[in-house]
Design a protein around this ligand. Sequence first.
Ligand SMILES: [Zn+2]
Ligand SMILES: [Zn+2]
Length: 348
Amino acid sequence: MKALVFKGVKNVKLADVPEPKITSASDAVIKVESAAICGSDMHVFHGRETGIDVGTTMGHEFSGSVIEVGDNISKFKPGDRVISPFTVNCGECFFCKKNLTARCVKSALYGWVEQGIGLQGVHAEYVRVPMADSTLIELPKELSWTEGNLLADIASTGYFGAEMAEIKDSDVCVVIGCGPVGIMAIKAAVYLGAKTIFAIDQFDFRLNLAQKQGAIPVNYSKEQSLERIKKKTSYRGADCVIEAVGSKSSMHTAFELLRPGGILASVGVQAFDKLPFSPQEMYDKNITFKAGRCSSRYYAEKLIPLVQNKTLDLSDVVTHTFSLDDGEEAYRFFDEEKDKCLKVTLTN
Ligand SMILES: [Zn+2]
Ligand SMILES: [Zn+2]
C-alpha cells in the first residue's frame, strides 16, 4: 500500500509498504478516509524529536472505516465509521480508569517506531489499531471524516487546554499561538464562558480567524502584548493563559502575562528542557502550572455531541486538502506555511 514514510530530516517520501495485518485478537485494521498533518509531525520532520526509525509511516490524526477485526473485538465490525485518539489505550489500567488515557500503561503513539518497537502512522491507506475496542470511537454518520480527524487530536487538545485553564465567566484569558490547536482552544474558551479572550500570534491571517471566534487579536510582531493585556486588567495580568506553541519564548510570554494566582495551561508539544521561569518566580507569583499530552480518547467522546448539535464548529480550521499521492508536496506546503495554510488534510 501507499504510505508517507520518514526517510530523514526534512525528507518524507511516498513509498510502497506492506499492508497492516491483524497480529493480535484485539487488533482492528482501518482504511484511512481522512488524515491530517499536525504541527507535531513537523517536530519529527525537522529532527527536533529524535529516535524515530527511518522507514516509519508518519502521522497520528485520522478517521476511517473498519476493514477487519480480531477475534476479541466486540464493539466494532467491518464497515463501521470510526475515529481514534492519537494514542491507543487499554481502557483497564489505573490511568485509563481516571480518563488519563494519554498515560495508559500500554499507550503508544501512531507514527512512532523506535528500534523496531511502536506503532506505524496513519498517513497511509490502512492502519492497524491495537486494543481497538478500548481505543476506537464510533464516528456518528452526521459528522464528516474531517470533523472526525480533527476530534482525534486538535479539537480535543484545544478543549483540554481550556479545561486545564479552569475558565470562569469573568475570566480574562490569553491564548498564545493561533495555529489549529490555539483556534480550537479559543472556541473552547468561548464555549466555557471566558469574558475576554486575547489571541496572540505573528500572522494576521491566523489572528483574523481568532477574531472571528470572538477573540481580541494581538500581533506580537507589531505591538506589545504585555502592555495591551496589562492595561485591560488594571495591570494585574490575565487570569489564565493557554500556551499552544511549545517554545521557550511563548512559555516566557505566558508567564509574564499571567496575574498572581493565575493558571498557565500548556498544550504545546515542548521541545526544550528547561522552563524560562524559576521555581522562585513561580512561588512569588502563586501560579498554577499545568501541562501535558491530551487524553483525546476522553475528550473526543465528550466533544462529539457538541459538534453534532453545532455548538462546536470545526468547519473553518482545515484550509487545504491534498491526496495521499501528493503527500510529499503537502508536507512541504504545510512546513512553509504557504497560502495562509492553517491545517492540511490528506485524503485517500
Ligand atoms: Zn496532532
Ligand atoms: Zn490503560
